[in-house]
Design a protein around this ligand. Structure first.
Ligand code: AKG
Ligand code: FE2
Length: 302
C-alpha cells in the first residue's frame, strides 16, 4: 500500500510543511481556512453554485476532464470578495517565494463541486498545462503550485482528490501510476492539500447518493507562463482595485520582474509597469517576490 499523505496543521512550522511537500510531493494542512473565512466563502459562493449546471460544453475530452456531473467555475474573487484572502494567504506565498525560480502569479481559482455518481477524473500533473515544462521532468523548474481546499469534508466516498505521493520525483514522467501507488486526500472541511505541479493527482470517484464534494482549487504559475484563467477579464479592475497590492499582482494588475528588479519586461505598458496605467495608479511601494529574489546583475551572472 502506498504511503499516506501526511497531515500537519496551519500552526505548524512552515519549514516542516515545505519539507514534506518537497519530499512527498504534497501535504495536507488542517485548519488552512479559518471557520470564519470558510463560512464567508460558502455564503458568497452558494447562490452561484446552486444555480450552476454541472458539466462542461466544448467536446468530450473537456467534459471528461472537467466532469459531466461536476460544477466548475472560476472568477471567484469577483463572485466572492472573501476569496481575496485566499489569494493573499501567507503560507501560500512563503511556499511560492521559496519554490518558484522567479516571479509568479495566480494560475486559477476554481470551485470544483463533484456531484454524486461521478467517475474519477483522469490522473494528471497540473504542469501539463505547459508541455514544455513537463518534458523537463523532475529536475525542471516548478511551473505551478496547487492548493485544493476542502470546503466540505473530503471523504473516500465523495471523491476526495487522489494523489500519487513521490510522483514529482519519478525519473520517468511518462510512466502511469499503479493502483497501489494512489492515495486518497481524505481531509476535514477547512483543510487544504498543497501539492507540486509535478505531482500526479486527480478528482476521485463520488459514489455517494447525495453528497456534493465542494472543493476550491487555487494555483499559482510561474509569471513567465500564461495562466489558465484570464484574471483581468474574470476579475475586472473595478473589483480588484479594492484588494491588497499582492492580490492585484496575482490577478495581473502588476508587471513581472523576469530579471532586473527595477525593470519590468513582461506584461507591460510602454515598457512600464501596468500599475501606472490603472485608475487610480498604484503607489508602487509594493515589491513583488520575483523582484526581491533577483537583486542585481550579479545574480544573473552567477
Ligand atoms: O477535483 C479534484 O479533486 C482535482 C481537480 C484537478 O486536479 C484539476 O482539475 O486539475
Ligand atoms: Fe489537477
Amino acid at each position: 500500500m502506498a504511503a499516506q499523505l501526511k497531515h500537519l496543521d496551519i500552526t505548524d512550522d512552515v519549514a516542516d510543511i515545505l519539507e514534506i511537500i518537497h519530499e512527498d510531493g504534497g501535504v495536507i494542512v488542517e485548519n488552512f481556512l479559518s471557520s470564519d473565512l470558510r463560512d464567508r466563502l460558502v455564503a458568497e459562493l452558494k447562490p452561484h453554485a446552486d444555480g450552476f449546471e454541472p458539466g462542461m460544453e466544448g467536446g468530450d475530452i473537456k467534459q471528461m476532464f472537467c466532469g459531466a456531473h461536476t460544477k466548475r467555475f472560476t472568477g471567484l474573487a469577483r463572485r466572492a470578495p472573501s476569496f481575496a484572502e485566499v489569494i493573499d494567504h501567507d503560507l501560500l506565498h512563503v511556499w511560492a517565494e521559496n519554490d518558484f525560480a522567479n516571479d509568479y502569479w495566480m494560475n486559477t481559482g476554481q470551485a470544483i463541486i463533484i456531484g454524486p455518481n461521478s467517475p474519477a477524473q483522469v490522473l494528471h500533473r497540473d504542469a501539463g498545462n505547459w508541455p514544455i515544462m513537463v518534458v523537463q521532468g523532475k529536475d525542471g523548474p516548478e511551473a505551478t503550485l496547487s492548493c485544493m481546499m476542502a470546503i466540505t469534508d473530503f471523504t473516500e466516498e465523495n471523491g476526495a482528490t487522489l494523489v500519487v505521493p513521490g510522483s514529482h520525483k519519478w525519473d520517468d514522467f511518462d510512466r502511469e501510476a499503479t493502483d497501489d501507488e494512489i492515495v486518497s486526500a481524505v481531509m476535514p472541511a477547512g483543510a487544504a492539500l498543497l501539492y507540486s505541479g509535478k505531482t500526479i493527482h486527480g478528482g476521485g470517484t463520488n459514489v455517494s447518493q447525495d453528497d456534493w464534494r465542494f472543493g476550491i482549487q487555487f494555483s499559482f504559475a510561474l509569471a513567465q507562463l500564461t495562466p489558465e484563467e484570464a484574471h483581468t477579464v474574470t476579475v475586472p479592475w473595478e473589483v480588484a482595485k479594492t484588494f491588497p497590492e499582492r492580490v492585484q499582482h496575482m490577478l495581473g494588475y502588476h508587471s513581472h520582474r523576469s530579471f532586473l528588479p527595477d525593470w519590468p519586461v513582461l506584461w507591460t505598458f510602454d515598457y512600464r509597469d501596468v500599475r501606472e496605467a490603472l485608475s487610480p495608479p498604484r503607489a508602487g511601494r509594493y515589491v513583488s517576490a520575483g523582484a526581491r529574489k533577483l537583486a542585481s546583475f550579479e545574480d544573473l551572472a552567477s
